[in-house]
Design a protein around this ligand. Structure first.
Ligand SMILES: C[S@@+](CC[C@H](N)C(=O)[O-])C[C@H]1O[C@@H](n2cnc3c(N)ncnc32)[C@H](O)[C@@H]1O
Length: 329
């Protein structure tokens, strides 16, 4: 007898080895250029990186057996998919994205690794359609930087609860409200900080700074129609906990810690966490030119010293990005 996930896929139409669970929807940018936006330190081959092993270790530490079927939603160009596929403890991974072009990119990356490729199936799936996966067919649903793109988060959580078996997990790595709002607030003072360090802002500098401030505010606002926007939400753990409780799932979260990056024992912040996150964000997510980043970092350093006594082993840096763990009761 086939496992429920394999049985479901066998009955689903496929095109070029990609199961068509939802209607396809292209990404808002060119898929082939997606890897160029990743920071240089991540350009190492995905399959030899540790993220997949770390995520599995976290999942198995919560009592799940090796080989338990996994659904990845919003796999993009395969940052996690390829790393997970290289793990012998992965039994069956269904990697999905609304964009078939992303699935094809990962198929290409895995083409020279037949053992890893054999562990993965690909699907076109919108998170909003996750309830099409049969109940109990996957034990882990994983999203990295995807939950904040989904319009109806509460609805999505309820649908995941209907798919997961008892004890099944939904793990998401996502932005917190607190740290992003603080970054936007701080960014308003950058022109003054630059001026007092002897740098006059050019019109181009002002455009980058204004865009950053507006982006953080847009992200945080809840009074706007964001259906056409790519980035929709920042998360507050108290709100997620309330929704989860109402949906029959337990909720836990690990601020400033990634299940995919750090081992489970290493959940404390480092001194400089918030300043480093800010620098990473303006450089890699806002794509500021290097010369602006190189002026802003020293000019704002004195303000970040406020956080130094907070960022000790007590893990009290502002919550920026972290891991949300939902477990079906
Ligand atoms: C920021 S990228 C992250 C990609 C990948 N998870 C990574 O960590 O590199 C967001 C991904 O989510 C996908 N996505 C956006 N909206 C989605 C939705 N409603 N349902 C499923 N995936 C979605 C996009 O196609 C894209 O691949």
């Amino acid at each position: 007898m086939l496992a429920p996930l394999s049985e479901f896929l066998r009955a689903t139409p496929s095109d070029g080895g990609i199961y068509q669970i939802s209607a396809a929807r292209p990404f808002q940018h060119k898929e082939e250029e997606y890897d160029q936006h990743r920071p240089a330190e991540q350009h190492q081959l995905d399959f030899i990186r540790q993220e997949g092993a770390n995520l599995l270790a976290f999942f198995h530490a919560h009592g799940h057996p090796q080989g338990a079927p996994i659904l990845e939603i919003g796999c993009g160009s395969g940052f996690m998919t390829t790393s997970l596929a290289s793990q012998s403890a992965v039994g069956h991974l269904l990697a999905t994205d609304p964009s078939p072009a992303f699935c094809r990119i990962i198929q290409r990356k895995l083409a020279q690794f037949p053992v890893a490729a054999a562990r993965v199936d690909f699907g076109v799936l919108l998170a909003e359609d996750v309830h099409l996966i049969p109940p109990g067919a996957v034990s882990l649903i994983f999203l990295r930087s995807v939950l904040h793109h989904i319009a109806g988060v509460d609805d999505f959580l309820a649908k995941c609860a209907s798919v997961l078996p008892k004890g099944g997990m939904l793990i998401c790595e996502e932005p917190y409200y607190e740290g992003y709002v603080m970054m936007g607030f701080l960014a308003q003072f950058i022109p003054d900080a630059l001026a007092s360090a002897g740098h006059n802002c050019t019109a181009e500098d002002h455009a980058h700074i204004d865009n950053f401030v507006a982006t953080m505010q847009f992200y945080a606002r809840r009074d706007l129609d964001k259906s056409a926007a790519e980035d929709k939400h920042l998360f507050r753990p108290d709100e997620l906990a309330r929704t989860a409780r109402a949906t029959g799932i337990d909720f836990d979260h690990y601020p400033n810690w990634h299940a995919t990056i750090a081992d489970a024992k290493n959940r404390t912040n480092r001194i400089g966490y918030f300043e480093n996150f800010f620098a990473f964000y303006i450089r890699n997510c806002m794509n500021w030119p290097a010369d602006l980043v190189d002026r802003v970092i020293p000019a704002t350093r004195k303000y970040f010293r406020f956080f130094s006594p907070l960022e000790s082993a007590t893990n009290t840096a502002p919550y920026c990005f972290g891991t949300f763990v939902f477990t079906k009761r």
